[in-house]
Write a new protein. Structure first.
Length: 123
């Protein structure tokens, strides 16, 4: 059963990437982006992972980071609206926090969050 769910999620992710198009098509003024993400969870050591994503004009314009907590259902961090707003306002930097709204063990909770920093370079 978990394999089927993974395949379904991968299919949805591929469809979203096709729907959102490429950076060069959707944001022609953007020459690149760097997204730094720090994943947090509840625990003695709250920092779960650090991640840096370099985005190029040939990449897809879909920005959703999946929740990394095992068993999280329906969670993740949708950053596409944040990036669209930055590009529309021609902002070069933004940072903030997002909380995962997914469910673990059938109860909604604040089991995980991220802090993000986004840098956009324009042509």
């Amino acid at each position: 059963m978990p394999r089927k769910k993974h395949t379904s999620n991968a299919d949805l992710n591929t469809q979203n990437k096709l729907t959102y198009g490429l950076i060069s098509e959707r944001f022609p003024s953007v020459s690149g982006m760097v997204i730094n993400i720090t994943y947090y969870h509840k625990g003695i050591n709250p920092v779960l992972m650090l991640r840096t994503i370099n985005v190029f004009p040939t990449d897809c314009a879909y920005f959703k980071a999946e929740c990394v907590i095992k068993g999280c259902d329906g969670g993740g961090y949708e950053m596409t609206p944040i990036i669209v707003g930055m590009v529309n306002a021609h902002r070069k930097a933004s940072k903030g926090k997002l909380v995962c709204g997914g469910k673990v063990d059938l109860s909604a909770c604040d089991h995980a969050s991220i802090a993000y920093e986004i840098g956009i370079q324009y042509k």
